[in-house]
Design a protein around this ligand. Structure first.
Ligand SMILES: [Zn+2]
Length: 269
């Protein structure tokens, strides 16, 4: 089975992605071709040409191996059991180096924590950065976090994921109560100076998803105006696409939102 690469036309660069088989059904090999090649195949079919393809594929599964989420935190000074989680995922597809998906998200979120430490800020609540493993191939890092912290999830005040690249940030998508949304809007006004003050209609992420759904936790995702889908899951996902200033702005946006949620007297609800 061949699919047209899921993404915008991108200089004949196909996008890779996950394939899952249903138990008991035939396991048909599948591949993605670039939009340009898909269009060419379509033109040939439209002309009545019988298309023949030779596919050489090296994709395969290896046996499971141990892996781990990477976790660091600043313990809250007054309410250490209440936690604000931020993070991205530390795995990537093999075709590129995973700079945009999701190395940048990891750096922006741990940098947010590092900034608090550097400024000697110890907020009221715990701020925890989690770099999840296995997002692309099963979300097992996100599922394991949920299972490991199951009894603590009701004390998770908010979860913020950065998995949309680190381009110029525009604000956050948010899912939660109307009251929490109003509070998020208030906090976001602090980011007007870098034009990152919008609060979009929905927030979340593959890695925070299992925990968010389990305990109905207010969920944010960092949003930006970049061309994430052009790059992610392709051989073009390399570090040259990362602009240091955009990483800094992304880290600043995450730091401000996270710090205020962790520090304000009332809990985000
Ligand atoms: Zn990702």
């Amino acid at each position: 089975m061949l699919v047209r690469a899921v993404g915008p036309p991108g200089l004949r660069t196909p996008h890779t992605g996950a394939l899952t088989y249903v138990d008991g059904q035939p396991q048909i090999p599948a591949a993605a071709v670039s939009t340009e090649d898909a269009a060419r195949l379509q033109r040939m079919v439209d002309r009545g040409t019988t298309v023949r393809l030779k596919l050489m594929m090296e994709a395969h599964f290896l046996p499971d191996a141990d892996s781990a989420n990477v976790v660091g935190e600043i313990r809250g000074r007054e309410l250490p059991d209440e936690v604000v989680v931020i993070g991205g995922h530390i795995d990537s597809w093999d075709v590129g180096t995973g700079s945009t998906d999701d190395g940048g998200g990891c750096v922006a979120t741990w940098e947010a924590l590092r900034l608090m430490k550097k400024l000697n800020l110890r907020p009221r609540r715990t701020v925890r950065v989690v770099l999840w493993t296995n997002e692309e191939n099963g979300t097992r890092g996100g599922n394991a976090y949920r299972d490991r912290h199951l009894t603590e999830l009701p004390n998770h005040v908010a979860m913020i994921e950065s998995d949309g690249g680190v381009f110029t940030p525009t604000g956050f998508g948010f899912s939660g109560s109307d009251a929490a949304r109003a509070k998020a809007r208030d906090i976001a006004t602090l980011l007007a100076g870098i034009h990152a003050d919008t609060i979009g209609p929905t927030g979340g992420g593959a890695d925070i998803g299992p925990s968010v759904q389990q305990a109905n936790i207010p969920a944010f995702e960092l949003e930006n105006n970049g061309n994430y889908f052009l790059i992610h899951h392709t051989p073009a996902d390399t570090v040259d696409k990362i602009e240091p200033l955009e990483v800094s702005r992304s880290a600043a946006a995450v730091a401000v939102m996270t710090y205020v949620i962790a520090e304000m007297p009332e809990r985000l609800r």
